[in-house]
Design a protein around this ligand. Structure first.
Ligand SMILES: Cc1ncc(COP(=O)(O)O)c(C=O)c1O
Length: 460
């Protein structure tokens, strides 16, 4: 077996060998082994929005990795920053810190609407959610509300893969794991295409938000620590709420002293055209969870960002200490990557690009309504969009599972040289924020072509 190789010059034999090892010894996350064994895509190069596989195929990554490659591929200055930190001091002795960790905390506070904010750095999104929820519960204890342990979240949302975050996710597709976290309570999620209630969308959104209040009243406000939601639920197919929704969540949280957590693991750092999504609606959450785009995926890092009001409660004595520890949370080389990444954000105005080109992407996607199987095009707020496919547009009837969209659609899109991960009934589009108009046109044309083929395949 070859132990090292130049990733850019793989031979057919070497590719076969790698496929064999992966097929025999690897789990892919949330994937059936039989579905990828022998045909795993092995990527060897990336540049901007483009990636290349070991067999020399080029694809436009319309999903920015898994919603994270905000600055695009091939940023050597991030690699340089990581190298410099790793060769200076890769990680500090216990109880100490390093320059990039400190600078990153300052940078995040600078970008966050509450400049007094304090960050607890972790290694990814699930840990950020765990941290935020533990912080909220401890905050309630410090403030004399020790019985407040319940957390309200929304059905069909996604907050991570660890036990507590799965409990909050309310997904119907996660593996069953027995009883959820005690105190995890779910309410109706917002869905702009299939409104959960009849009526004017803004009224329905407020009604959905009011379900948090109903639960708080029913459970007793003294038992509820926090409520958590994604500003735009990507897991639920990119659901952009009207601004009144988050404004109402803020009012409810204030009324009952419940901590409002915005899970911005996908939306944080520019995806919606603002650094943080609730800024679009003039809302300041109490704690914000971030990961993914903070490093553009060049290294694993996440954070629970607490407003000054929340963070200051943890300044005091032993009783006020936040006794939470993740060994590699905010690792210095990941922090160095984050700083170099955020420097690119500022230099190239990637958040402005997201704000300017989001509407362009959304407008171009409207042309797909020429396909009868397109039921809904969602997005418009930054570079995040979705196209939902239906068997019948007037009745919004979904395709039956045996139509096989879950497998056909990603394959057809690959054949048009774009990568989308979640393409089935809902094709999500979340490109690097560095994308330009002609690359957006490439994505839209590819989807257009793939839909024509799908219709042909389905005999429509
Ligand atoms: C909203 C949200 N929260 C949390 C997570 C978990 O993040 P991670 O996979 O980095 O643990 C995700 C992952 O996609 C997410 O979308």
């Amino acid at each position: 077996m070859t132990s090292t190789s130049n990733p850019k010059t793989l031979t057919g034999d070497r590719i076969e060998e790698l496929q064999q090892i992966a097929g025999d010894h690897m789990f892919m996350h949330a994937a059936q082994i039989n579905d990828w064994r022998g045909s795993l895509k092995i990527y060897v190069k990336g540049d901007g929005v483009w990636v290349e596989t070991a067999d020399g195929q080029r694809y436009l990554d319309a999903m920015a990795g898994l919603w994270f490659k905000a600055a695009g591929y091939g940023r050597t200055e991030i690699a340089d920053a990581v190298y410099a930190q790793m060769t200076a001091i890769d990680s500090p002795p216990a109880g100490g810190s390093t320059i990039p960790q400190i600078e990153l905390a300052g940078k995040v506070a600078n970008l966050y609407p509450d400049h007094g904010a304090r960050s607890f750095f972790v290694s990814g999104g699930s840990e950020a959610v765990e941290t935020a929820v533990k912080m909220a519960k401890k905050y309630q204890i410090i403030n004399g509300r020790g019985g407040a342990f319940k957390v309200i979240s929304r059905r069909y949302s996604y907050h991570g893969g660890t036990a507590m975050s799965v409990s909050l996710g309310g997904s119907t597709t996660a593996d069953p794991m027995g009883p959820l976290m005690p105190g995890a309570i779910h309410v109706t999620n917002w869905n702009s295409y299939r409104l959960p209630y009849e009526g004017d969308p803004v009224d329905v959104a407020i009604k959905c938000a009011n379900e948090f209040e109903t639960v708080i009243q029913h459970q007793g406000s003294e038992t509820v620590a926090a409520m958590i939601a994604e500003p735009i639920s990507a897991a639920y197919g990119v659901q952009v709420p009207p601004e009144e929704y988050w404004q109402r969540l803020r009012e409810i949280a204030d009324k009952y002293d419940v901590i409002l957590i915005a899970d911005e693991v996908i939306t944080g750092f520019g995806r919606t055209g603002e650094y943080f999504a609730p800024m679009n609606w003039g809302v300041q959450p109490d704690i914000t969870t971030v990961a993914k785009a903070i490093t553009s995926g060049y290294a694993p890092l996440g954070a629970a960002i607490a407003t000054k009001k929340i963070a200051d409660a943890f300044i005091g004595g032993a009783d006020e200490t936040f006794k939470h520890l993740i060994t590699f949370g905010g690792h210095p080389i990941a922090s160095a990557a984050a700083l170099a990444n955020l420097a690119i954000f500022e230099r190239e105005d990637l958040v402005g690009n997201s704000r300017r080109l989001g509407p362009y992407l959304f407008d171009q996607l409207q042309s797909l309504y020429s396909h009868d199987i397109v039921g809904d095009v969602r997005g418009g707020l930054g570079l995040l969009a979705a196209v939902e496919l239906v068997a019948d547009r007037p009745s919004k009837t979904p395709f039956p599972a045996d139509a096989g969209l879950a497998k056909k659609m990603p394959k057809m899109l690959f054949e048009k040289n774009i990568v989308t991960l979640r393409a089935a009934d809902v094709i999500t589009i979340c490109p690097p924020l560095s994308i330009n108009k002609s690359e957006i046109d490439f994505i839209v044309n590819a989807i257009d072509g793939a839909l024509t083929e799908l219709e042909h395949d389905l005999g429509i």
